[in-house]
Write a protein that binds this ligand. Structure first.
Ligand code: UDP
Length: 237
């Protein structure tokens, strides 16, 4: 196995990535497949913290007529369902984990405490950050940027479902869309590329956190990115 390129990473998993072909909820086989990849990464002695999304249950911005903050809190609860599902999948295959929530839910998980999170990582536990940033009007991509800055992760690995990187236009609409191997954050903002929302992009840019955007559909991709293989799109300052 190759020497890992990174020592501490934030893996951002969208909620959709856990839903398999169903697009809703958690697909058993899919979540176990992801858990197995994370186990392999952890066996490479890489410290892995995960920020998990919630779009497979609820997205605050997609609801109409509802109070946005309430809807966002519902979304944050969705991320927590995913975090517990991921914890269960990882622990079933022998990976020690801790879930930390940005909104206190003491009966089911620890509250987010930066120093504790780092300590868990140093002890080889996978830390799963749930409930986003705890604030409405934010996304889990922004949370990934925030947590990466806080725990001093070297990179954010943005695992996407259905695409294998960033394109100059939407490949699902435009068949001649070109995949971009390298990008700067300022290009992402100027070109209006749908990599992450602009808050998340700015946070990464201002804090000089590199990002790798890649497809999760290929079952080995997380390990390949960690091993330094040039797949997907690299986004830098
Ligand atoms: N959310 C929020 N604040 C955060 C993170 C998430 O309010 O800091 C809510 C928001 O409603 C969002 C939902 O949780 O739509 C699910 O997160 P996201 O859309 O980022 O999930 P993903 O698309 O990655 O599955």
């Amino acid at each position: 196995m190759n020497e890992p390129k990174y020592k501490r990473v934030i893996l951002k998993l969208s909620g959709e990535a856990l839903s398999g072909g169903k697009g809703f909820g958690i697909d058993e086989e899919t979540i176990m497949g992801i858990a197995k990849q994370i186990k392999r990464v952890q066996e490479m002695n890489v410290e892995v913290a995960i920020v998990v999304g919630g779009g497979n249950f609820w997205r605050g911005r997609s609801t109409e007529g509802m109070d946005r903050a309430t809807s966002d809190y519902m979304g944050m609860l969705g991320t927590t369902i995913n975090a517990l599902g991921l914890q269960d999948a990882l622990e079933r295959i022998g990976v020690m984990t801790r879930v930390q929530t940005a909104i206190e839910m003491r009966q089911i998980a620890e509250p987010y405490i930066k120093r504790k999170a780092i300590r868990h990582l140093e002890k080889g536990r996978v830390v799963i950050f749930a409930a986003g940033s705890g604030n409405p009007f934010f996304s889990t991509d922004t949370t990934a940027a925030l947590r990466a800055a806080e725990i001093e992760a070297e990179v954010i690995l943005l695992a996407k479902k259905g695409v294998d990187g960033v394109y100059d236009s939407d490949p699902r609409i435009n068949t001649s869309a070109k995949k971009l191997d390298h990008l700067n954050y300022i290009d992402v903002l100027n070109m209006g590329l749908g990599v992450m929302d602009s808050t998340a992009t700015s946070l990464c840019m201002d804090n000089k956190i590199p990002l790798v955007v890649f497809g999760i559909d290929d079952s080995d991709n997380i390990v390949r990115v960690i091993s330094g293989e040039k797949i997907g799109t690299q986004v830098k300052e």
